[in-house]
Write a protein that binds this ligand. Sequence first.
Ligand code: NAP
Length: 317
Amino acid sequence: MDNLGLILSFKFTEVPPMDAVGYVGLGVMGAPMALNLLRAGHPLTVYNRTADRAAPLAEAGASVAVSPQAVAVASRIVFVNVSDDAAVEEVLFGPSGLVHGLAAGSMVVDMGTTSPAATRRFAERLAVQGATLLDAPVSGGEAGARAGTLSIMVGGPADAYRHLLPLLRVLGSNIVHVGDSGAGQVAKACNQIVVSATLMGVAEALTFARRQGVPPQHVRAALLGGFAYSRILEVHGERMLKGDFDPGFRARLHQKDLGIVGREAQALDLALPASALAAQLMNALVAAGHAEADSSALVKVIEALCGMPAATDTPPP
Ligand SMILES: NC(=O)c1ccc[n+]([C@@H]2O[C@H](COP(=O)([O-])OP(=O)(O)OC[C@H]3O[C@@H](n4cnc5c(N)ncnc54)[C@H](OP(=O)(O)O)[C@@H]3O)[C@@H](O)[C@H]2O)c1
C-alpha cells in the first residue's frame, strides 16, 4: 500500500469506539483526574511529555501512547491538562500534536487554565479539522481532583457539553455550562481574581496577628466560624501556618493566571487593582526562588515586606 493508501485506511477504517477516552498531561491535576476516569470504567489512553509520570496510570490499566497524536488516533474524546497557552498549542498543533490524529467528530477538552482569547483561536483551528474544542477549567485543587469533587466551568457548544457531561460528572461535583467557547476560561479568570484577593487578605491577616504577638492559629480558628470564612482561609491559611508549600498549585501557574487576567483587562480597558497587586506580589514570590512552591507561599512576600522573618522559621508554640 502506498503512503496515501495507508493514511486513508488509517483515517477511515480505524476510527476509535465512541467511548474511547484519551488524557494528555499527567501533572498534579491530570494524573488523579485521569485515574478517576479509568476507575469509572472508561478505556483510557494517556500521554505525558515526561514519560515516567505515566507509569502509575499504566499500572492502573491505561494504555500509554508515544505522542498526543497517538492519543488522538486511539480516542474520540481527549482531555488536555497542561501548563499554559504555549503548552496547549504544542499539544494541539505541534509536530506530533492531537490535530494530526483526530477523527472528524472528535472532541478535545482543555481542563487547564488557558487564556480565553487563545481558547477561541484554538477552537476555530480545530473546527477546520471537524473536531470540537471545549474549555473546561477547574477549581478545587489537587484534593478536589483526587476526590472527583472539582468545580468545572465549561465553554463551548451546548450539544457537545451534553455529550461530555457523564464524563465530567466523574471529575467534578459542580459543573456549569457557562457559555460559548472561551466562557469557561473567563469564569476561571474570575475565580482567580477572587482567589488571589483572598489569598492576599489571609496572608496579611496572619502576618498582622503574628506581629501583634497573638497566635495566628487561634486567629484563624476564630475567623473560620465567622463572616471571613473561606476555603482559602481554611486550606491555604493552614498551609501558611504549617509552612507546607508543597504544590498544590505552583506559584508560577498562579503567576500565569494573573497574567491572563491582566492582559484581558488591558485589552478591555478594565481597572482591576487587586488583581494587579496580586500579580506583582506573585512576581516577587517567583523572583525569590519559589516558582515551584504552592502559591500560598505568598505569605513569605508579605512577611518580607514587613521586615519579619518567615513564620515557619519560628513555628507557633
Ligand atoms: N494544581 C492546581 O491546584 C490547579 C488547580 C486548578 C487549575 N490548574 C491548572 O491546571 C493545569 C495543570 O496544572 P498542574 O498543577 O497539574 O501542573 P503541573 O503539575 O506542573 O503539570 C503540568 C503538565 O503539563 C505538561 N506540559 C507542560 N508543558 C508541556 C508541553 N509543552 N508539551 C506537553 N506537555 C507539557 C507537563 O509535562 P511534564 O511532566 O513533562 O512537565 C505536566 O504534565 C494548569 O493550567 C493549571 O493552571 C491547576
